[in-house]
Design a protein around this ligand. Structure first.
Ligand code: FES
Length: 140
């Protein structure tokens, strides 16, 4: 990996929340921040039935999917407990308060996975590395 792309400031991501990154192609990427200010990036698609992980509840180093409450590990994107399946993870680092992702991964990873056509994870239609806040159902 030769370069990193600045996505947003860590403070742009709510603690125990997330921010979505629209890509030129493919499903959005969700960037999560936990209570310890660790930042993780996963495809915004639950490995179960495509739920929007960006709208889940972050706890520890996991996120609970808002649709059927599967627990997904933020570090590896994999379902925990008895559930099986993984969502693609994206390399991510924080430097001087800036959240950085690998532009090659953003452009090439998991382009074959489709978003559900309806429901909360349906595509927003946003294109081209835009980031936007998540209106998570559990926030005031
Ligand atoms: S879609 Fe995530 S738990 Fe079912």
């Amino acid at each position: 990996m030769s370069e990193w792309k600045e996505i947003c400031l860590m403070t742009d991501i709510p603690v125990l929340g997330s921010r979505r990154i629209a890509r030129a192609r493919g499903i959005d990427v969700a960037v999560f921040r936990n209570a310890e200010d660790q930042v993780f990036a996963l495809l915004d698609r639950c490995p179960h039935k495509g739920g929007p992980l960006s709208q889940g509840i972050v706890f520890g180093t996991s996120v609970a999917c808002p649709l059927h409450n599967w627990t997904i590990g933020l570090a590896d994107g994999c379902a925990q407990g008895a559930d099986e399946g993984c969502t693609p993870k994206f390399a991510c680092k924080v430097e001087a308060g800036k959240v950085m992702l690998d532009p090659t991964e953003l452009a090439t990873l998991a382009l074959d996975l489709e978003a559900p056509r309806a429901g909360p994870c349906a595509t927003t239609g946003a294109l081209g590395d835009q980031t936007f806040e998540v209106q998570a159902p559990h926030t005031a």
